[in-house]
Design a protein around this ligand. Structure first.
Ligand code: BEZ
Length: 219
C-alpha cells in the first residue's frame, strides 16, 4: 500500500495524548494542524525542537494552526520530559498535546517511521516527520528528516504562510519566499485570466526563451 503523502486524507485513529484521548479528525476540526513526530523522549535534538516549538506556539496560533506532537514513549514519560523541555525553553510552556505511541502503531499509520533508526531494544523509532493538515483533513505538506537532523521551525512557519497564501489564490511562492514578498502567478493561469484575477497588475521576467511564464504579482 502506498504510504501517506500530500493529498491523502489523514488517518483517523484514536490517540492517547498528554491532553487526553481523542480521534485525530476531531482534533483537526476545521483548522490547520501540524502533526510532528520525534524519535524519543529525553533525547537531545528532540528536546531542542520541542522547546523551540513551545516558544513559537503563539506564532502558530496567530495563523490558526494547532500543534500536535508525537513521541514513541508513554504518557508518564512525556509528562516528565515536558519539565525538561519547559526548563530548556526558558519557561515557555508546552501547551499542545503530545501523542504517546509506545507500540509504534500510530507512526506506521502516519508514515513517520525512520527505517534506519532503532532504539536500544531494536524497536523502530519515528523519524522527524511532519504533516501539515487543513480543515478538509487532507495533508497539504509533509517533511521527513532522519532522527539525526533537527528541523528548522522558522522554515515550518514560512511554509505554513506559503500554504495559506497559495490555498486562497492561484499563485505559487518562489525560491526563499517570505511573507510580504511578490509571489508568482500559477502556470495554469493564462495571461488573459491573470489580468482579471490580479487587477493590481503583474510583471513578467524577460527570459532567453521568450516565454512569459515567470510572472510576479503582489497579494
Ligand atoms: C535526538 O533526539 O537527539 C536523537 C534521537 C535519535 C537519534 C539521534 C538523535
Amino acid at each position: 500500500m502506498p504510504r501517506l503523502t500530500i493529498g491523502d486524507t489523514l488517518p483517523n485513529p484514536e490517540v492517547e495524548t498528554t491532553c487526553g484521548k481523542f480521534m485525530l479528525h476531531d482534533f483537526v476540526g476545521q483548522d490547520w494542524v501540524i502533526i510532528f513526530s520525534h524519535p524519543g523522549d529525553f533525547t537531545p535534538v528532540c528536546t531542542t525542537e520541542l522547546a523551540k516549538v513551545a516558544a513559537y506556539t503563539e506564532r502558530f496560533e496567530e495563523r490558526g494552526v494547532k500543534l500536535l506532537g508525537l513521541s514513541c514513549d508513554d504518557i508518564q514519560s512525556h509528562n516528565n520530559w515536558i519539565k525538561d523541555i519547559e526548563s530548556y525553553s526558558g519557561g515557555c510552556k508546552v501547551k499542545f498535546p503530545i501523542i504517546a505511541d509506545p507500540k509504534g502503531e500510530i507512526i506506521k499509520e502516519l508514515n513517520m517511521v525512520d527505517p534506519d533508526e532503532k532504539d536500544a531494544t531494536g524497536k523502530q523509532v519515528p523519524s522527524r516527520a511532519l504533516h501539515v493538515v487543513a480543515g478538509d483533513k487532507k495533508i497539504k505538506l509533509s517533511i521527513l528528516y532522519p532522527a539525526t537532523i533537527g528541523r528548522n521551525v522558522d522554515e515550518i512557519l514560512r511554509a505554513v504562510d506559503a500554504l495559506q497564501k497559495t490555498v486562497n489564490h492561484k499563485v505559487a511562492t518562489p525560491v526563499n519566499w517570505k511573507p510580504g514578498e511578490p509571489v508568482v502567478i500559477h502556470p495554469s493561469v493564462s495571461n488573459n485570466q491573470a489580468k482579471e484575477m490580479f487587477p493590481q497588475g503583474y510583471s513578467t521576467a524577460e527570459l532567453p526563451s521568450g516565454n512569459d511564464y515567470l510572472r510576479f504579482t503582489n497579494i
